[in-house]
Ligand binder design. Structure first.
Ligand SMILES: Cc1cc2nc3c(=O)[nH]c(=O)nc-3n(C[C@H](O)[C@H](O)[C@H](O)COP(=O)(O)OP(=O)(O)OC[C@H]3O[C@@H](n4cnc5c(N)ncnc54)[C@H](O)[C@@H]3O)c2cc1C
Ligand code: SF4
Length: 335
């Protein structure tokens, strides 16, 4: 590993100033992704600015009844927080579906949002990768891409975003608070991660020097039925082939609120707006759910080896939405 300097910041302004004063700086959360990538030579920062000393480690109810989660809150603490478990169950379920207990004890909310893709070509400095080194090509497109994107990819990159937590945040209409050299701003979780386009090296809209300070959850999503489910190659400790986060509120036999997001299908958590538009106001019958999900996945462009993801995503989304609407799960309706 390349030698690097270490700075332990004790305040936000101090951390942002240290970042600006030291070219080649990177912020350090739990280090479970960044330090791994440093060992592989993918990340080569000159300075690590540790955020562990900043006052970003609490979960607080907001005045309007929502929740504000500091970016330093650890995955395990967030997953078992009583207000998260009771009011936003999909978030708790998504966190518990990710990584291992040991990793969740260390990984932070900010670091989870900003973790990099698990594309093996990105992690291997001997391979071409436009995300790691722009202009070198994409090794995965004609190579091993079973795990890669089927939605929203570009000729330059077909990587998926790996976070489970981020998928739930997108379905729950969360917002991400940032603090940087130009002040504070808030970005909706749906707009936080980018599609690859011509610049796959940029995963998010975070500007240089900006710190993720918090994630907020809106009060009007609190208590709505929500669920997260993940399909993976083995029962635990594996990234999503496909995952689904859904919020579904039905009253009087009609859908009053619906939010659907997919993980493992795209460069960012994929908010299924076409499916949502079809379902809102409709009776949530199994056929209506299936048609809505299929309408969303019509835009999928699978590659040579990952067409199975489209079917997997369809079945997973239908099962989750049907179970939230109270309909019996019907295996016979799948194909
Ligand atoms: C074996 C293994 C299996 C895993 N399985 C899963 C899984 O199934 N699902 C899943 O979702 N994740 C999984 N993970 C990933 C894990 O969740 C991430 O490594 C972790 O969430 C990153 O958090 P961290 O705090 O350690 O981030 P770090 O490694 O410290 O940082 C990650 C990135 O975020 C930046 N950063 C950190 N905090 C901030 C901040 N507040 N503001 C600005 N920038 C910041 C860093 O500079 C770095 O670029 C797995 C990891 C491993 C090693
Ligand atoms: S899919 Fe993206 S991350 Fe993977 S090799 Fe291609 S450019 Fe790199």
């Amino acid at each position: 590993m390349k030698p690097f300097a270490y700075v332990r910041a004790t305040g936000l302004a101090e951390a942002v100033a240290a970042h600006g004063a030291r070219p080649g700086s990177r912020y350090l959360g739990g280090g479970t992704n960044l330090v791994d990538l440093m060992k592989l030579g993918v990340e080569t920062p000159d300075t690590l600015i540790d955020l562990a000393g900043l006052p970003l480690g609490s979960v607080e109810e907001t005045a309007d009844g929502g929740l504000r989660i500091g970016s330093g809150v650890r995955g395990s603490d967030l997953a078992r927080h009583p207000l998260v478990r009771t009011r936003y169950p999909a978030l708790s379920q998504a966190l518990l579906a990710g990584a291992s207990a040991q990793l969740r004890n260390v990984a932070t909310t900010g670091g989870n949002l900003l973790q990099r893709t698990r594309c093996p070509y990105f992690q291997d400095v001997a391979k071409p990768c436009n995300k790691r080194e722009p202009g070198t090509g994409c090794g995965a497109r004609d190579g091993v891409h079973r795990d890669h994107a089927v939605l929203g990819h570009s000729p330059h990159c077909i990587a998926t975003h790996p976070s489970d937590m981020a998928v739930a945040l997108v379905a729950l209409d969360a917002a991400v608070e940032l603090q940087g050299p130009d002040g504070a701003r808030t970005v909706p979780a749906t707009a936080f991660h980018r599609l690859p386009g011509d610049h796959p090296e940029r995963d998010t809209v975070v500007e240089p020097g900006e710190i993720v300070t918090a994630v907020t959850l809106p009060p009007d999503r609190a208590g709505l039925p929500s669920h997260y489910r993940k399909a993976r190659d083995r029962a635990s400790y594996a990234f999503a082939l496909t995952s689904v986060a859904a919020v579904l509120d039905v009253s009087g036999g009609r859908v009053r609120h619906v939010a659907l997001a997919f993980g493992g299908l795209a460069h960012r958590p994929w908010r299924a707006t076409a499916a949502e538009e079809r379902l809102l106001g409709a009776a949530p019958t199994e056929s209506a759910v299936r048609e809505a999900v299929e309408a969303e996945l019509d835009s999928a462009e699978p590659l040579r080896d990952n067409a199975f993801k489209v079917l997997l995503a369809r079945n997973l989304a239908c099962d989750v939405l049907n179970s939230l609407s109270g309909s019996p799960l019907s295996r016979g309706s799948r194909s």
